[in-house]
Design a protein around this ligand. Structure first.
Ligand code: BGC
Length: 828
């Protein structure tokens, strides 16, 4: 058993310096230890869909789970609980006591760079799934850090933007998932967001932090987002316990001085240190691995595959899926066929144990079929990082630039041409200013002109066989890579011969060698670079080849979409379209072979589908983790009957979304002008058509739901759970699951309200011919809205409708209940 300590004893006996040192991290991932008192250093680690451990660079491989929106699409509490358990186990293997997840910000608009990390556009669904994943993770003893509290719903100017939002929308939409988590899971930690809410950074807003502790009676460790502590005095007094990461920028000696000046009370220092000690004590009870290691167990692979398959949403299917196993000739087309998108970018990305492509999974499913493979259209934003064509690659680190006499400090083997050094330490390396050289053998598999692209946070040049091919040092232009700190991708090209070994060399200068201004961005230090390469091909010819393959084959699967270069922390998407050329590819393939073509899209959030009417079959594949290929193939070939539903609305056009006029930071602020009408609440209220509604998803079987919902008791009592009951029957030939969604409508309300709001759901597994009774429980959240005049929740007298939907648009059963007396409440 780990040694333990008595919090009050430690607090009473440690030095003032140690007490203050507890209030900030000591490095990127660890808290301050006090060995004389058995107070260990606690390790925290990212992130939402997998546990990266302590290294962005040369990290230990990890399980990569489907992204947040994919998990959201399962609507499956039990499965998400198991995902939480897996994340807990992965933390333990990585020596981490604290998981920096889940992310429960809202997909206010489809273009949010981190939209893929969060579960859903609906606060109820988001909160309930967050609760499950937290309880799963914490059942392993690992503390979960729910994030980012609150309003980090866009990446643009995320540290500076002032979110102007009404109290009602804040309570009903943005705080609601945190409130559910506070009520049902009470995780051990909470991460504040970077942004302001109504004029004040949350990290130093006493009202916001008091709401958690006083109104909700939840007392987690409150830590800042990375470099998201901006002041010494205000953040201490507001209630921020831990500044992350270390070394401290705002605490340490500044706190000493602020206490002397009586700007911070000694009792405040004690309270924050006590909370950190309580957290350390709780966290240290879990026995974590001493060395950071991987696990990769067969049962984890199986769970990950199940998670992925259960997240795949069948958006449209006019008699094509499931595909027969007897296919003789299949065309496998698309950018994502051989290069699966397993996760979004930023702190969610990690080095996976492995990844399964849809191409390989289809070959497994159809071992005897003839396969016609075509890329059709590239879908990368940055040229793909070089990995499988790279060998003997190393990076050497120096404290001097290339032209000077240099002393080698360290050497690390690498398997790709992308690296981020924000948490890289080597004895003797000057982290503030260093240089590195990547050298490796590049062996192209096809002859022709190869394009190379180099982006950097810092400076970098590319040499091939000692010839300078790209200079990204002398003149630099800001781009979106590396959390928005990097340059654009600078291109160069060279004619190469297949099978010949070329020496690639990147001469890199660390972050501080950049000539670009970095105002308003998180400076993670260290620097980063990414080199990609791709054979130059003729666009028309690529499409023609794909169309030819689709025409010739018995069936075609076309898999394309976005990837972590398009959807990432650090920046928002500029538009909702698929990468250039992809729509044209899809349209032309559909024109030739729509009746035998399945379109699979991989993205974390919606994309425009101008060809949707032409398509007979559309599948949404998200970012699926290690098992992406298997998960998608399991659905395509009927191994798994699709049962996922969209956790967000899918607009036809980006201009239709409720936040369209008020997205991005303008003059330092963003107005949440759509108020409580986010996502389907907006589309329903305004009658605006969507391509696919919230909650939509098809199955290979059919269900019948009895049209009447019984609600008991009929008179709603806030202290007694109300239960809505319906019957469901599987009227098809296959076993399957239907997700019954319970929406509440309050037509008699004195205050404008959404046409319907999700307040319950149940995923029901039914055998063919089987009938089940389904009970869905309602609580006082279902009848309440935030009354801004009373500054309280108001459960209003009147008749409420209970609508059972198989999507937000498809209502299949109805019932009613009464609230016979208006009442107000606060708390949970
Ligand atoms: C992200 C957090 C993450 C942290 C540590 C920040 O940039 O916003 O979600 O946990 O970095 O990587």
């Amino acid at each position: 058993m780990p040694q333990t300590f008595d919090v009050e004893h430690v607090l009473a006996n440690i030095s003032e310096q140690d007490k203050i040192a507890l209030l900030s991290g000591i490095d990127f991932w660890h808290t301050h230890p006090i060995p004389e008192f058995n107070v260990p250093s606690i390790r925290a680690t990212d992130g939402p869909n997998g546990i990266r451990g302590t290294k962005f660079f040369a990290g230990i491989p990890a399980a990569c789970l489907p992204c947040g929106t994919a998990l959201g699409a399962t609507w499956d509490r039990d499965l998400i609980y198991q995902a939480g358990e897996l994340l807990g186990d992965e933390c333990i293997a990585k020596g981490a006591h604290c998981w920096l997840g889940p992310t429960i910000n809202m997909q206010r608009a489809p273009l949010g760079g981190r939209g893929f990390e969060s579960f859903a556009e609906d606060p109820h669904l988001s909160g309930i799934l967050a609760k499950s994943i937290i309880l799963g993770c914490e059942s392993k003893g690992v503390i979960s850090t729910v994030k980012h509290f609150v309003g980090n719903d866009q990446e643009h100017e995320r540290r500076a933007v002032d979110v102007l939002v009404t109290q009602r929308a804040l309570r009903e939409i943005y705080l609601r998932p945190f409130q559910i988590v506070a009520r049902d899971a009470k995780p051990g930690a909470l991460m504040t967001s970077y942004n302001k809410i109504n004029g004040k950074h949350v990290v130093e807003d006493e009202r916001m932090l008091n709401l958690i502790r006083e109104e909700w009676k939840w007392n987690p460790l409150v830590m800042s987002d990375w470099y998201g502590t901006y002041t010494t005095i205000d953040s201490m007094n507001a209630g921020l316990d831990l500044e992350m990461p270390g070394v401290s920028r705002y605490r340490g000696k500044f706190i000493e001085s602020a206490v002397q000046a009586r700007l911070i009370k000694q009792s405040t220092v004690d309270a924050r240190a006590r909370k950190v000690l309580e957290f350390v004590k709780q966290a240290s009870q879990v026995q974590v691995s001493e060395v950071e290691r991987g696990r990769d167990l067969p049962e984890d692979r199986a769970l990950n595959r199940k998670l992925c398959a259960n997240s795949i949403v069948l958006l449209k299917n006019e008699g094509i899926l499931p595909l027969p196993r007897e296919i003789k000739k299949i065309a496998l087309i698309g950018s994502h066929m051989k290069c699966p998108a397993i996760s979004g970018g930023g702190s969610a990305s990690l080095e996976p144990y492995y990844s399964v492509s849809l191409y390989d999974a289809c070959r497994e499913a159809l071992p005897d079929a003839e396969v016609l493979y075509q890329v059709g259209a590239y879908a990368h934003k940055m040229l793909p990082v070089i990995d499988r064509l790279l060998s003997n690659a190393i990076i050497q680190f120096y404290n001097e630039p290339m032209c000077k006499e240099r002393h080698l400090i360290s050497t690390e083997p690498v398997s790709t041409t992308a690296f981020q050094f924000m948490d890289y330490y080597a004895p003797g390396l000057n982290r503030a200013l260093f240089w590195a050289t990547l050298i490796g053998d590049f062996t192209p598999d096809t002859s022709g002109i190869w394009d190379f692209g180099l982006s950097v946070f810092g400076t970098a040049n590319l040499y091939i066989d000692d010839e300078l091919v790209i200079d990204n040092t002398t003149s630099q232009t800001r781009g979106t890579a590396f959390f928005g700190k990097g340059t654009v991708e600078v291109l160069g090209s060279k004619e190469l011969v297949a099978g010949t070994i070329y020496k690639v060399r990147i001469e890199f200068g660390s972050a501080n060698t950049t000539t670009m201004k970095t105002v308003g961005m998180v400076n993670f230090g260290g620097g980063a670079a990414s080199l990609g390469a791709c054979l130059r091909m003729n666009r028309e010819e690529m499409i023609e080849n794909a169309v030819e393959a689709a025409t010739e084959a018995d069936y075609t699967i076309l898999c394309t979409g976005l990837n972590k270069d398009w959807e990432s922390e650090g920046f928002d998407r500029m538009h909702m379209d698929l990468p250039p050329g992809v729509d044209e590819l899809i349209s032309k393939v559909l024109k030739a072979a729509a009746d035998k073509t399945v379109i699979v899209n991989q993205s974390g959030t919606p994309v425009t589908m101008p060809w949707a009417d032409q398509a007979r079959c559309i599948v949404q594949g998200w970012y699926g983790g290690n098992e992406t290929g298997h998960g998608i193939a399991d659905v395509l070939f009927g191994e798994v009957n699709p049962c996922a539903k969209l956790p967000l609305s899918w607009p036809v056009d980006v201009k239709h979304n409720p936040a369209y006029l008020n997205y991005a930071s303008v003059g330092g602020r963003v107005l949440y002008g759509e108020d409580i009408y986010g996502g389907y609440r907006f589309y329903e209220k305004t009658g605006r058509e969507v391509l696919f509604p919230f909650g939509h998803g098809l199955s290979y079987t059919t269900f019948n739901v009895s049209p009447n919902v019984t609600v008991a008791p009929e008179i709603f009592n806030m202290d007694v759970p109300t239960v809505a009951t319906v019957q469901i029957k599987n009227t098809g030939k296959l076993a399957g699951a239907q997700i019954l969604q319970l929406y509440i409508s309050a037509p008699e309300s004195s205050t404008p309200r959404p046409s319907k709001e999700l307040h319950g759901f149940e995923k029901v597994f039914v055998q063919p011919g089987e009938e089940k009774t389904v009970n869905i429980q309602l609580d006082r959240y279902a009848t309440s809205f935030w009354d801004e005049i009373e500054d309280m929740w108001k459960s209003e007298q009147g008749t409420y409708e209970v609508l059972i939907g198989t999507s937000s648009q498809e209502v299949v059963a109805r019932g009613k209940f009464q609230v016979d007396r208006t009442s107000y409440w606060r708390g949970l």
